[in-house]
Write a protein that binds this ligand. Sequence first.
Ligand code: CTP
Ligand code: CA
Length: 246
Amino acid sequence: DQLLAPSGPLTGRRVVVTAGGTREPLDPVRYLGNRSSGKQGFALAEQAATAGAAVHLIAGITESQPPAGHPNITVERIETAAELQQAVHRRAADADVLIMAAAVADFRPAEYAAAKIKNNNDDAAPTITLSRNPDILAETVQRRTETGTGPAVIIGFAAETGDDRAEPLALAQQKLARKGCDLLVLNRVGENLVFGREDTEIHILASESAQAVLGQDVPVHFAGGKLQAAGVVVDCAATLLSSAAA
Ligand code: CTP
Ligand code: CA
């Protein structure tokens, strides 16, 4: 009976999705954060679940609530990049697909002040020293290379504005090579673009081996709703996964 035995391209697969931004505490009342509504990550979790996968959604700080009550989605909340790293490390080991849609803070305050930093009017403004956070995506790719374990498909996201030296697509191509992931999804960002909105425009870039599987259409371009965009990404992941298993 088709209704009782739903099957999709990701049935029996495990997918880990990270979404939202991280928050790096400076003192008990202050933090460094970044803008991420979480919407794109939530849409990816939903589409992967609809495609039949068992989805684990690791959500940082988000504007909206993660999808609740979906039988195929479990949700874990994290705040800092260090917590995200732990969660991904634990979950990636037996996942088939990792989708890193989270906006990870690149740096954190080097020291956490246990007591609130006071506004002493007579003193000079304090300097905040930063430490670099681990690159969770690159590290997961590296572990896969070294151990042969981990997700067969690893997908990164990049929000690029472009600058006076390079176009967003060229920057994303460099980032794909630097991170070593299989797919990199480029979002063009800027004033009034992408953040918090329902619609988006993406380019899906593929590594050489992923491109060989996906064929001529790479980079895949899509403009429209975040849910539909997520569907396009999930379709690519399913195609790569079926060729990895074959
Ligand atoms: N990412 C990560 N760990 C970090 C930073 C980023 O896992 N410490 C992941 C993001 O989740 C995303 C991808 O790497 O999937 C690209 O993130 P991005 O911030 O665009 O890359 P960066 O190398 O930090 O480059 P940029 O200078 O543009 O911020
Ligand atoms: Ca970054």
